[in-house]
Design a protein around this ligand. Sequence first.
Ligand code: ZN
Length: 252
Amino acid sequence: MKLAELKWPDIASLDKNTPVIFPVAALEQHGHHMPLFTDSLLLGEVARRAEEQLAGRALFAPLQWLGNSDHHLEFAGTLSASPRTYLDLLNGLYDNFIMHGFRRLIIINGHGGNHVPGQQAVFETRQRYRQRSDLLLLFGTYWLLGGKPDQQGTAMAQQQMGHACEWETSMMLAIRPELVGDYRQVREVPWGNPFLPASRGWITMDRTAPGHIGLPAHASAEKGELIFKTFTADITSLIERVINWNGQSWDG
Ligand SMILES: [Zn+2]
């Protein structure tokens, strides 16, 4: 079900155990060969497929395209909600739907910069409603839910998600090839080892002058379709687990 297409009495009469999904992404630079709306277009496609497969058993809010992209602001065109503004925004979305009576709320994320504020929003919301024992508050980034597109029988150059990389470029080639520039000549920008396993503060310019991270030259539309299938399956199986939750237990 699509929140944007329903009327308020439809929402009021829904079973309040229906999972509510908030897809959140970004509008930010994606190197020389990919459009600014990459994260929103890719997560939008994952959410579209998941919504279709779940056939009316989950309620999908429209994708929130403004994300926390402060680290990309040196690159022209990037729009960003600063981390604290973004944290307030996500907390507010949760408050809205708790007020509407819903109990199972899931943020599905499609942008790295949203990860920390998203987890913080889930944590803060639980503290705010700490007297409740019937809430299920989740945050998940779509490429970190367990699926391994590089282990599905098609050789891939990358084993992890980068930025405007083999994986993202492949996905864009699968859905909007006319928006992809000359990716075949784009040179590798490696992930490196920034004092791992410590977490280093960074801006994108610290890591990449052109804006991408990874190996976009290895992209193909076929890989993109495989990546979409893998990650959509992760999202739908997470939402199935939410549907099957008994409403109380810690385990799910
Ligand atoms: Zn991206």
